[in-house]
Design a protein around this ligand. Structure first.
Ligand SMILES: C[S@@+](CC[C@H](N)C(=O)[O-])C[C@H]1O[C@@H](n2cnc3c(N)ncnc32)[C@H](O)[C@@H]1O
Length: 279
């Protein structure tokens, strides 16, 4: 698990100039991400690096997601919405054969590429379309906290179809949307380093506010809620089967460090769901 217990790199890199109208469609369709969605992550590479050092990610999220993936040795993996590349680096370090990270935020990709430059692992970070020759080649598409940034049903479907387009037949898609049954109390998740709230009713596309609030950080991003039937319908329409909702767990080290009571509220009502399915 060491590869994911990342050191805190607080020197946030300056985001490069943002290219408005980047195309991101994995060669399946083309789309114009909205300026708002594009810009809200550009300066957050370092914040997410620090977020990765929090107990919530170290002891709960990373071990849960990596446990669901299993041993990645020999796999070809697409980290869809890779952000600063934390999962891409981890999976490459654990023996994945080929790792590609793709994102629509130039700032995040600048950060990810700088990490790769400092400590090369053979990861390719792509902004824009997935090259034709990579379509249908991946064993696994991992997409952590990216579905919440689909702002309407068409965009949700495009993301899911893009994942399907990247996979070989029989490949696996693991995605973490907002848990349809998340706790609506804005402070419920504060002990884990973030707050989640919405003034909209729980309906497809409802706008949600995620506040990253830990250490010196206080950042707000806008996300979207999707119901379980809509998420499953989107997956089925893209050709996915064997759809399962996976549980979270905490590793022993986290329980020793912070006690079971610290973790129980999250385990009772995780803020993210884990969807696991096969093409
Ligand atoms: C909350 S961050 C998560 C980053 C990373 N997966 C992690 O676990 O730290 C969400 C990322 O998804 C990216 N993103 C949002 N919509 C996307 C899309 N349609 N295609 C690719 N990336 C997208 C954002 O630019 C951002 O970097």
């Amino acid at each position: 698990m060491n590869c994911c217990i990342v050191g805190v790199w607080s020197a946030t890199l300056a985001a490069g100039p943002r290219e408005v109208g980047i195309h991101m469609a994995m060669g399946v369709e083309r789309r114009e991400p909205s300026a708002t969605m594009d810009s809200q992550f550009d300066s957050l590479g370092g914040v997410y690096e620090d977020f990765s050092g929090l107990p919530f990610r170290k002891y709960l999220e990373f071990p849960t997601v990596l446990g669901i993936i299993g041993q990645p040795t020999g796999l070809s993996i697409l980290d869809f919405g890779c952000g600063n590349g934390v999962y891409a680096r981890c999976l490459a370090g654990k023996g994945a054969r080929h790792v590609v990270g793709i994102d629509i935020s130039d700032g995040m990709l600048t950060y990810a590429r700088e990490q790769e430059r400092r400590s090369p692992q053979g990861i390719t970070f792509i902004s824009g379309d997935l090259p034709q020759d990579l379509l249908g080649t991946f064993d696994l598409v991992l997409s952590v906290y990216v579905l919440p940034y689909a702002s309407d049903r068409a965009e949700l479907d495009r993301q899911v179809r893009a994942a399907a387009g990247a996979l070989r037949r029989g490949g696996r898609y693991i995605a973490l949307p907002v848990n349809p049954a998340y706790d609506g109390d804005r402070d419920y998740y504060a002990r884990y380093g973030f707050r989640l709230s919405s003034s909209d009713p729980r309906a497809d596309g409802a706008v949600m506010t995620l506040e990253l609030c830990f250490g010196q950080h206080q950042e707000t991003v806008s996300a979207h809620y999707w119901t379980a039937p809509t998420l499953e319908d989107s997956l089925r329409q893209a050709g996915f089967t064997a759809i399962t909702w996976q549980p979270h767990h905490v590793i022993e080290e986290g329980i020793s460090a912070l006690g079971a009571d610290f973790w129980q509220p999250y385990l009772d009502k995780p803020h993210a769901a884990i969807l696991d399915c096969t093409l």
